[in-house]
Ligand binder design. Structure first.
Ligand SMILES: Nc1ncnc2c1ncn2[C@@H]1O[C@H](COP(=O)(O)OP(=O)(O)OP(=O)(O)O)[C@@H](O)[C@H]1O
Ligand SMILES: Nc1nc2c(c(=O)[nH]1)N=C(CO)CN2
Length: 203
């Protein structure tokens, strides 16, 4: 797409396309033709945690422009960032996607999936039926508070790093380095693989 310039020989009835719009459309076009790898973290500590995580995986796969490539083992994890014993334990997992959606659309879809599970946002790090966070989107680095990439706390969270490392031992967190090394630093304290449970990769 190219911006039509005001004046010149162009049709005077056609409004010029602002350069900012051209930039956005071109960026979306590029994404559309080059599926990107994204890593999402799923968490639940209210209700039927396993069913909810499976429904989230299925909803992601049902999203046009999203293909779920890998689903991690399920971990039972101590609530991070809150007073010990103040919340039920979480089930956490990580999914790896290929997507033609730009990051902002992927976040919208993540929020819609959370809302389908009546996720309420009243307290920071409060208990929740479902949390869907974008851990990383290709090599994108952004400090936009609406969508910070990679997720600003992913490198400190064993409940993200342990399942991610299981599905991709060579993974790197953009700007932070290998997931394996980050996991050595945070340790696996408070995260336990639930080998008796499994999330299905949609067919
Ligand atoms: N990488 C990201 N993934 C998901 N949300 C993000 C990201 N970066 C910024 N946000 C913004 O953070 C806001 C709060 O998200 P959310 O309620 O899921 O936070 P939280 O899960 O309680 O805490 P945390 O962000 O520490 O995981 C969202 O509305 C979203 O716009
Ligand atoms: N164990 C665990 N702790 C958390 C989690 C989570 O998914 N698992 N999510 C949070 C906010 O995103 C805050 N704390």
């Amino acid at each position: 797409m190219t911006a039509s310039l005001a004046g010149g020989h162009s049709d005077p009835t056609v409004q010029p396309v602002p350069a900012s719009v051209v930039e956005k459309v071109d960026a979306a076009d590029t994404t559309l033709h080059n599926p990107q790898r994204a890593v999402l973290s799923l968490g639940s500590n209210l209700g039927n945690r396993l069913e909810t995580l499976q429904a989230a995986v299925d909803a992601l796969e049902d999203t046009p422009g999203v293909r779920v490539k890998a689903v991690s083992p399920v971990y039972e994890t101590e609530p991070w960032g809150v007073e010990p014993g103040s919340q039920p334990s979480y089930f956490n997992a990580v999914v790896v996607l290929k997507t033609t959606l730009p990051p902002s659309s992927l976040l919208e879809r993540a929020h819609a999936i959370e809302e389908a599970f009546h996720r309420v946002r009243d307290e920071r790090w409060g208990p929740r039926t479902l949390d869907v966070d974008i851990v990383a989107y290709a090599d994108t680095v952004s400090d936009d508070p609406r969508l910070t990439l990679p997720h600003p706390r992913a490198h400190e969270r064993a409940f993200v790093l342990a399942p991610w490392h299981d599905v991709d031992p060579e993974a790197e967190l953009p700007g932070r380095g290998p997931v394996a090394g980050l996991l050595d630093i945070v340790t696996r304290d408070g995260v336990t693989a639930r080998k008796d449970l499994e999330l299905r990769l949609p067919e």
